[in-house]
Design a protein around this ligand. Structure first.
Ligand code: SF4
Length: 244
């Protein structure tokens, strides 16, 4: 991503921002409202239509891919699902496949036995209780086997365009380093972000934060010299110029 020219905004460390986004509840960002807005304006300018990296062709295949992706890489999941979804891309076909045959398709993915069990059970539940469709609401999604809050957030956002924020390890790190959040748990970070992300960026925000954490603000050595929000970020241990 490339930084675009924008107004110069100085973050004011220690002065919590009044929430301007959705679901205001906590007041834990250390950035000014103008700095938060500028961060997301730059993300939008650099990558106007961000996409997730889990391959899918429908809400159901997305849901399966998300369940399989727990503690696994998107690339590893995509490798397995390319073959799997040619055979079973609906809840009916997946339920008919059965756990043992499903294991053969996904045995390269960590925790595959348990994941196979959950995918078959959730497929059966979709057929029995939801007419073979993936539900759009959080409670119904989280009631499915193997689906927690983070997975539900991804499905609601990517499949149905809801302004949810799935806080994975990348989003958690970026939010805390930049000062967008000081949350100590994924749920606190999610609530902080929902409170400060400008409404117009509610849907793409989680993709930008995941991609930024995966490719720029990396865990071990963040690539601060090429970071498009370097001047706004409050992280105290930025990687200096010339050392990446
Ligand atoms: S400046 Fe460095 S620490 Fe801050 S967001 Fe960018 S890469 Fe991450």
């Amino acid at each position: 991503m490339k930084a675009s020219a924008g107004p110069k905004i100085t973050p004011k460390s220690g002065q919590p921002t009044a929430p301007s986004g959705r679901g205001a509840r906590r007041r834990c960002t250390l950035l000014t409202g103008a700095a938060v807005a500028e961060i997301f304006r730059r993300f939008a300018s650099a990558n106007p239509d961000p996409k997730g990296e889990l391959e899918h062709t429908s809400p159901f295949t997305l849901l399966v891919a998300v369940v399989l992706s727990a503690q696994a890489t998107d690339a590893g999941v995509n490798k397995a699902t390319r073959t799997l979804f040619r055979v079973a891309d609906t809840p009916e076909k997946m339920a008919a496949l059965g756990a043992e045959r499903l294991q053969e398709f996904i045995k390269t993915i960590g925790l595959f036995r348990n994941k196979a069990k959950n995918v078959i059970l959730l497929s059966q539940r979709l057929v029995a209780e939801h007419g073979g469709k993936v539900p759009r609401d959080r409670a119904a999604l989280e009631a499915l086997p193997g689906v927690g809050r983070k997975s539900a957030n991804v499905v609601m956002n990517v499949a149905f365009g809801a302004p949810t924020l799935a806080v994975d390890t990348h989003v958690f790190r970026v939010a805390n380093r930049t000062g967008l959040s000081s949350g100590k748990t994924p749920l606190e970070v999610e609530q902080d972000l929902l409170a400060v992300v400008p409404r117009e960026y509610g849907v793409p925000a989680h993709h930008w934060l995941i991609l930024h954490g995966r490719y720029v603000c990396k865990a071990r050595r963040p690539e601060c010299p090429r970071c498009l929000i370097r001047d706004l970020c409050l992280y105290e241990h930025k990687t200096p110029e010339g050392s990446t």
